[in-house]
Design a binder for this molecule. Structure first.
Ligand code: BJ8
Length: 426
């Protein structure tokens, strides 16, 4: 970081010593994971810059937005419609949850058998090291899995203002009605927070802005179908992660610029791995920054990841929001329809997720699927069994990895991944 942001972090109430310790780990981890990859697209320099300033310049921008009267809304789930936040001229950001921090504090509040993602969110909050949380005027939680649902009852202590959306568990007519009512309640809450009424024009423009971000990602995903793959899974994951932090227009422009470069690479048959390298689709729990453990192991073993069936990936971005009708009410219907296509494992039953995994495996010519479950994540770990069985039955080799954020099992995972790649060769 080129500027001294310590006064800003102090103003935000961060624990400067703990925050320094976090940055001291994050910087070298990023260097070691990303910058040494061979044949990286030149456009990834933008993401290197974003990551180098993820607690600096971007936070400064959020503070400037707040000074200009805009509201910052922090979230942890892809079910919170960004369109509504943008329609009140707000800024939406994903909150830190991708690393373990201050476990001794966290385990005073949460049981040990809580997933790393929830523990991570609490660790960053309790240790006061997440500037995104500190800069958020409102945090929107959501009743998805039991861990998050009960966690929100405690999380309010660490947020300026916490609002919890209810979510259905079943995609039925009643489920849709419940989600729609919750979207309307959130709209009312955001209007009250910002002092701005959502208009037809404002909502239409907001939908177009979020769709543009998603379309740029769709373009990137499609290019990964090429063999040799023009971009690594790690770099594509990074773009998926930055999706939640960056200014929407700047992000869209940067991803489209990378896609221009990747198109030229595909035409010239240039890739990040050799043609014929084993191609892996990763499916399962979301991977928030800096959770790069499993992709590093997979690509370090000589495979290339060609898709992420994940909320930090194609599950989160897969459908565009249709601009329905010409009233705010009808556009809300378009938003509800789009978000209810997200195949999160908290839904029961959840058959469309399997259909999506199969379709992605085919589209990106994956040789195998690695299913990623965070330890103690009941929804994804329970769904992993039937997903594995169904994929194997269709001739798609599948490896199930259940892990947490810690490095202790990295060696064991590496061995299992290597054995899986041997199986793919056979
Ligand atoms: S829409 S996947 S972002 S809920 S890993 S906290 S499920 S115990 S993150 Fe998610 Fe929204 Fe669904 Fe997507 Fe619970 Fe599992 Fe932990 Fe999880």
């Amino acid at each position: 970081m080129s500027t001294d942001y310590r006064p800003m972090w102090k103003e935000l109430g961060l624990d400067l010593e703990a925050h320094d310790a976090l940055l001291g780990v994050l910087g070298p981890l990023y260097e070691q994971t990303f910058t040494k990859q061979p044949n990286r697209p030149a456009g990834m320099k933008y993401f290197d810059f974003v990551m180098s300033e993820v607690h600096g310049l971007r936070i400064q921008e959020l503070m400037d937005a707040r000074k200009a009267g805009r509201k910052v809304v922090g979230t942890f789930c892809t079910f919170v419609p960004e369109e509504l936040v943008l329609a009140v001229d707000g800024v939406m950001v994903g909150l830190c949850a991708g690393a373990e921090f201050a476990p001794e504090l966290v385990e005073q509040a949460l049981p040990r058998n809580t997933c790393s993602l929830i523990k991570g969110a609490f660790g960053f909050a309790m240790a006061r090291v997440c500037p995104y949380l500190a800069a958020s005027d409102l945090v929107v939680g959501e009743n998805t899995c039991d861990g998050k649902k009960k966690g929100w009852e405690l999380f309010g202590e660490y947020a300026k203002d916490l609002y919890v959306m209810d979510l259905p568990q079943v995609k039925s007519e009643q489920g849709r009605a419940l989600y729609r009512a919750e979207v309307v309640k959130l709209k009312d809450r955001l209007e009250a927070l910002s002092g701005r009424k959502i208009t037809v024009d404002g909502l239409e423009a907001a939908i177009a802005r979020v769709n543009a971000k998603r379309s740029a990602m769709h373009r990137l995903y499609c290019l990964r179908a090429a063999d040799p793959a023009p971009i690594s899974g790690l770099d594509a994951l990074l773009a998926n992660q930055v999706f939640f932090y960056d200014d929407p227009e700047r992000f869209t422009g940067s991803v489209n610029a990378i896609c221009d470069e990747l198109e030229a690479r595909v035409a010239a048959k240039q890739g990040v791995a050799r043609a014929g390298a084993p191609r892996i689709l990763v499916s399962g729990c979301p991977m928030a920054v800096p959770n790069w453990k499993l992709p590093s192991i997979i690509e370090g073993a000589g495979a290339v990841i060609v898709g992420e069936e994940s909320c930090v990936g194609e599950r989160g971005t897969q459908a565009l929001t249709e601009i329905k009708g010409s009233t705010v009410e009808s556009m809300i219907d378009g938003i509800v329809d789009r978000y209810l296509k997200i195949d999160c494992a908290i839904f029961s039953p959840n058959p469309s997720r399997l259909t999506h995994i199969e379709a992605m495996a085919k589209k990106y010519k994956a040789d195998g699927v690695v299913h990623y479950g965070l330890t103690f994540c009941n929804p994804y770990q329970i769904e992993a069994g039937p997903v594995e069985k169904a994929l194997e039955k269709k001739g798609i080799p599948t490896l199930r990895i259940d892990t947490d954020y810690g490095p202790q099992d990295a060696g064991q995972i590496r061995m299992r991944v290597e054995a899986f790649l041997e199986r793919l060769k056979g």
